[in-house]
Design a protein around this ligand. Structure first.
Ligand SMILES: [Zn+2]
Length: 826
């Protein structure tokens, strides 16, 4: 019946030539049958807009942001006429239901379902499915909209999607070639999965480092949906995966959340069974790491789910898979459409209960830890506040006194004195469970087989002292720190050096052609003590600047930087300002390798760090061009994590060695160390594990996966001993918590500086297999090896991993600007 009506409508549209007024199917609108071509992002957006124009009483479109490459991020709100009219009230009622907004909800009968598509750009069937799902909701399944608001984000990652789609469109044969070896099935580096800065947006929900996440969370927090689905694709030989998810489940996940996942899964199964389609559930995709499109919503009270269709970037419009089946885009998007509609159906059927159970999730009076208290460097505290604000988590300042509880620094019970600069985060607030997930010292893991890292505890990541208290810590509403003062004429000005914010200040000074010094030894002047790494800006060094003091005040204001005035170059305790131990910071020309061989994620982290955080220029050199590159133009070459077997061949290796000999600095990260370890002339040595007791290999076949985990480290936190007299560690204390991502281990450098090393293997948080641990004892974490006038600088642990380990970022800045400061003149 409804189909018939549509035919009439379309016919009517043709007659009046105002087709924009009518609801069109995606195929009619696009001019090709959906699934027979990949639609570019703007076409998807245009389709959504055309639908909103055609049925404005049922669909509202909102642009909530713009990507790095200036593509629109949009949401569509789809519901009955009545609900669309009351959208604001429904939204408010929902927030009242959770306690996030004060007052009692007037009505909580409406379910809110949020469907997110194409977070991984090259899992490209899902934005196509978004269009068809929108259309079917407004035609075949309009009944569901009576008590459901559906929010559709047709493309979380448009830059990645278009990278994939444009590449595919320009590469594919006509008709498409189903041969797996055809070039249309071989995506080139870096692939369409990540966003512009090559971040995996499905690892960014909790850390909010990317513009797409930042803009999305603002709306997400306003809506707090009851169900959130993240649509993905897996390899072309896999069938379909849907909820319920696999173990481990994080312990805060409620029985209701588990049960409802099963309920939804069974509904999907009904549709899949009817068609004879294959699927699997309860395996592989777990609910633990908080930064996914399923876990983050789950920890915010929703039923958060990942759906995975077989397909992915290698599948194109059609591919012959290993089972002899020709998997087409049409098939892929059809499955995603079915699960999307089935999800909305279950929401609609259970709208009342969804609301009741959703409200219960936000009662956090039972959580073990009542307050988390953190203290330390003010910049780091501010940086943490910034993160909490993005999640709309409330915090206060501690009242003076002592608190006792679990001490993060020692990993045991202890006490900590706090004052009103210390931050207190109480868990008895609506987002208490998310607070627990982000802060808890050691997340409880009921199964070690997980898909991702097992440790992320925020106090370690931010380099703050912390204590978790089982009783509520006394606090008052946040007070704002003192306003920065204005500098007057003096001999010079000193800035401390502890945080990324200090580094940003330095980068800006250099950009404005300030001559800046840093001290390699502590000194005191004007009654204050300054640690290694402190920056010194003197009037005398900067005569070339027209308005030195004006400009310095301007930058000080901009960065809210505290500077201490000193009135003489004569220090109370040496070194004096003119001492050889106080050196000029040379402007560094920094290059980074990109392209084939590099890990696109690691390259992206470095790119994003320099461009969006440090704001310091960076030249990207493609590995294909390394042999033809004139390295003498750069002081620093960063080699991201990667596999450089063919890139760092004998010729290129010699070239790099010669350049270092002449004064260049190589900064090698994680896997890049393999290219130097054990090689002629390097002190860096790979530490092989001596646990290969193959004589007792009687592990049953069924146990193979679990046995394997004994050798794994899947993101665990260790305490690292730091030599903070070395310039690479200026601004750090003697202990530093590092996030170890794997079991690779390197011996301490025989010649060179062991700036950071693991003295013991106590795991402060996360999972580390029992067989992997012994090999880590006394191994390198950060080091420097000098060659001629230059240096090789080693980062065994990647401090920029997903850009969330705030406290590790200064190591990289130190390596660039302070380590082996005798770099040659360009
Ligand atoms: Zn995916």
């Amino acid at each position: 019946m409804q189909k018939l009506l549509l035919v009439v409508l379309v016919a009517f549209g043709c007659l009046t030539l105002t087709s924009a007024q009518n609801l069109q199917s995606p195929s009619t609108f696009l001019g090709y049958d959906i699934g027979t071509q990949f639609s570019r992002h703007h076409q998807v957006v245009d389709y959504f807009k055309s639908v909103a124009e055609a049925v404005p009483n049922n669909v509202k479109i909102e642009q909530y942001g713009t990507t790095n490459e200036r593509r629109a991020l949009i949401l569509a709100y789809i519901s009955s006429e009545e609900n669309i009219k009351n959208l604001e009230t429904i939204c408010e009622n929902n927030l009242k239901n959770t306690g996030l907004l004060e007052g009692n909800p007037t009505n909580t009968d409406v379910a809110i379902v949020w469907l997110s598509y194409n977070v991984h750009g090259n899992e490209a069937s899902s934005s196509e499915a978004a269009m068809l799902t929108l259309y079917k909701l407004l035609t075949e399944r309009k009944d569901l909209l009576e008590n459901t608001v559906v929010i559709i984000d047709p493309g979380i990652n448009p830059d990645g999607r278009d990278r994939y789609v444009n590449w595919y469109n320009e590469t594919k044969s006509t008709p498409y070639d189903i041969d797996q070896q055809a070039s249309e099935h071989k995506e080139p580096w870096p692939g369409g999965r990540p966003n512009h800065y090559l971040f995996d947006l499905n690892r960014d929900w909790a850390w909010v480092t990317q513009i797409e996440t930042q803009e999305r969370l603002k709306v997400y927090n306003k809506w707090m949906p009851h169900i959130h689905v993240d649509f993905h694709e897996q390899g072309p030989n896999e069938p379909y995966y849907f909820a319920p998810a696999a173990e481990p489940f994080h312990e805060i996940i409620s029985d209701w959340q588990r049960d409802f996942q099963t309920l939804i899964g069974k509904n999907h199964a009904k549709y899949f069974d009817a068609e004879g389609w294959l699927f699997f559930t309860r395996e592989r995709f777990d609910l633990f790491y908080p930064s996914y499109g399923d876990t983050y919503p789950t920890y915010m009270g929703a039923i958060g789910m990942t759906y995975e269709q077989g397909g992915h970037g290698m599948s194109g419009l059609g591919i012959l898979n290993d089972e002899g089946h020709v998997l087409t885009l049409v098939e892929r998007l059809t499955h995603h459409t079915v699960t999307g509609l089935s999800t909305v159906e279950m929401a609609s059927k259970n709208a009342k209960q969804l609301n009741t159970e959703f409200a219960k999730f936000f009662d956090n009076s039972d959580l073990k830890y009542k307050s988390y208290v953190v203290k330390g460097n003010q910049d780091k505290i501010n940086s943490l506040k910034n993160l909490l604000n993005k999640h709309e988590i409330k915090f206060e300042n501690a009242n003076n006194g002592k608190v006792s509880g679990y001490d993060y620094t020692n990993g045991k019970q202890g006490t900590m004195s706090v004052d009103n600069n210390s931050l207190v985060i109480h868990t008895n607030q609506p987002k208490g469970k998310m607070i627990k997930v982000l802060f808890e010292p050691n997340a409880k893991l009921n199964d070690s087989l997980t898909y991702d890292i097992t440790a992320w505890s925020v106090p370690y990541a931010y380099g703050l002292d912390a204590l978790a208290s089982t009783s509520k810590v006394s606090s008052t509403k946040t007070y704002e720190g003192k306003m920065p003062t204005v500098l007057s004429k003096a001999y010079g000005y000193v800035s401390k050096w502890n945080s990324l914010k200090d580094a940003q200040f330095l980068a800006d000074l250099l950009k404005h052609d300030f001559k800046v010094r840093f001290t390699e030894k502590p000194f005191s002047s004007n009654g204050e003590k300054f640690d290694r790494g402190s920056l010194i800006i003197t009037q005398g060094d900067n005569k070339q600047l027209e308005d030195f003091l004006g400009l310095l005040n301007q930058l000080k204001q901009k960065h809210k930087q505290d500077l201490t005035q000193i009135n003489s170059g004569f220090s109370q305790t040496t070194p004096d300002i003119g001492s050889p131990d106080i050196k000029l910071v040379n402007k560094q020309n920094v290059a980074v390798l990109s392209g084939e061989g590099t890990s696109s994620l690691s390259y992206g982290e470095i790119w994003h760090f320099f461009e969006q955080q440090l704001h310091y220029p960076l030249t990207s050199i493609n590995t294909d061009n390394l042999s033809r590159t004139n390295l003498s133009k750069y002081n620093v070459l960063i080699i991201p994590n990667g596999y450089y077997g063919s890139v760092l061949n004998d010729t290129n290796m010699q070239k790099i060695k010669d350049w270092v000999q002449a004064g260049g600095k190589v900064i090698a990260i994680d896997g890049a160390l393999r290219s130097f370890a054990g090689k002629d002339g390097f002190s860096l040595k790979y530490k092989s594990s001596d646990n290969n007791n193959s004589n007792d290999n009687l592990t049953p076949y069924a146990e193979r996966e679990r046995e394997y985990t004994n050798n794994l480290i899947t993101g665990a936190i260790f305490k690292t001993k730091i030599d903070n007299t070395h310039p690479m560690a200026f601004g750090y204390s003697k202990d530093y918590f590092t996030l170890k991502l794997g079991s690779s281990a390197y011996d301490l450098l025989g010649s060179g500086y062991n700036v950071g090393h693991l003295a013991d293997t106590k795991v402060y948080s996360g999972f580390a297999g029992k067989d992997a641990l012994p090999n880590l004892e006394n191994t390198l974490v950060f080091g420097e090896e000098r060659k001629g006038s230059g240096s090789f600088i080693y980062f065994v642990d990647n401090t920029l991993f997903r850009s969330f380990w705030e406290n590790g970022k200064l190591f990289l800045v130190n390596a660039v600007f302070f380590v082996n400061n005798n770099a040659y003149e360009l």
